[in-house]
Write a protein that binds this ligand. Structure first.
Ligand SMILES: Nc1ncnc2c1ncn2[C@@H]1O[C@H](COP(=O)(O)OP(=O)(O)OP(=O)(O)O)[C@@H](O)[C@H]1O
Length: 249
């Protein structure tokens, strides 16, 4: 059964149709990326999938009891506010030290519980947001432009972490990204959105699709090699994972 199934969604902001005839499914354990130009409706679609907005037509079916972990674009914390990573993870709900440690470990930042949030690098900060999303043991992790402000190697490294999280926790991942060339190849499936679904499929299929090329040009082809994610492996969460990355560190 799909975790999320959106059927024939239509949505308008202030009378202006932003999304129409959008269908989307997310299966357990999948990494799906939504790409699209500015204003193409990606964030609106996310809000519909979460249930923060109601579609004007169509429906969103979520698996009963579905747990969603959300990683925002960024979070501003006043740099003068003294707050450690451990205390931040206790907001808004207290969590056990063991759970906090485990989430930080899975997010790739073990041992930073006592550091000040203001002193973290951009990549560490996003991993703490990731750890916080993992505390709820999500079935689906949703990331909205979670690597804004990171440089390309930093983003590639973050997305490798996402793949590791998926492997460790077995959760599905749905993300929005502008960094097509970095994130596309970290995905099992890519959905190219521009008010409607222009094309979808594996990164290779989408990057070659005329609709995608019309929107984004052909300039990202070579950069796909920056972070290759081979699709010749099974996503069996109980066994060691064998796939190769040729990533820019
Ligand atoms: N609350 C709102 N009220 C009115 N219009 C809105 C609202 N939110 C979004 N829009 C409009 O809906 C369209 C789609 O916006 P949305 O934020 O979903 O696109 P996006 O693809 O996520 O864009 P970006 O890549 O710039 O973040 C845009 O034209 C935007 O101006």
């Amino acid at each position: 059964m799909s975790l999320i199934c959106a059927q024939n969604l239509e949505f308008a902001h202030g009378g202006q149709t932003v999304l129409h005839a959008v269908n989307l499914t997310l299966a357990p354990g999948e990494i799906v990326t939504i790409v699209g130009p500015n204003g193409s409706g990606k964030s609106t679609l996310f809000r519909l999938l979460i249930g923060a907005l109601q579609p004007h037509k169509g429906q969103v079916i979520r698996k009963p009891g579905l747990r969603i972990g959300y990683v925002p674009q960024k979070l501003h914390i006043d740099p003068t506010l003294p707050i450690t990573v451990g205390r931040f993870l206790n907001l808004p709900q207290r969590v056990s030290v063991g759970d906090a440690r485990q989430a930080l470990e899975i997010a790739g930042v073990p041992g930073i519980r006592d550091q000040q949030m203001a002193q973290l690098s951009g990549g560490q900060f996003q991993r703490v947001l990731l750890a916080r999303a993992l505390l709820g043991k999500p079935d689906v992790l949703m990331l909205d432009e979670a690597t804004q402000g990171l440089d390309q190697p930093g983003s590639a490294s973050f997305y490798r972490q996402i793949d590791a999280v998926r492997r460790d926790m077995g959760c599905a991942v749905l993300m929005i990204s502008h960094e097509l060339h970095v994130v596309m190849s970290a995905s099992d499936r890519v959905i190219c959105l521009n008010g409607h679904v222009c094309c979808e499929g594996t990164p290779e299929v989408v990057s070659a699709a005329p609709a995608y090329r019309e929107l984004f040009g052909t300039g990202t082809g070579g950069a796909l090699a920056l972070y290759r994610h081979d699709h010749d492996h099974a996503h069996d969460h109980d066994h060691p994972h064998t796939h190769t990355h040729e990533a820019a560190e």
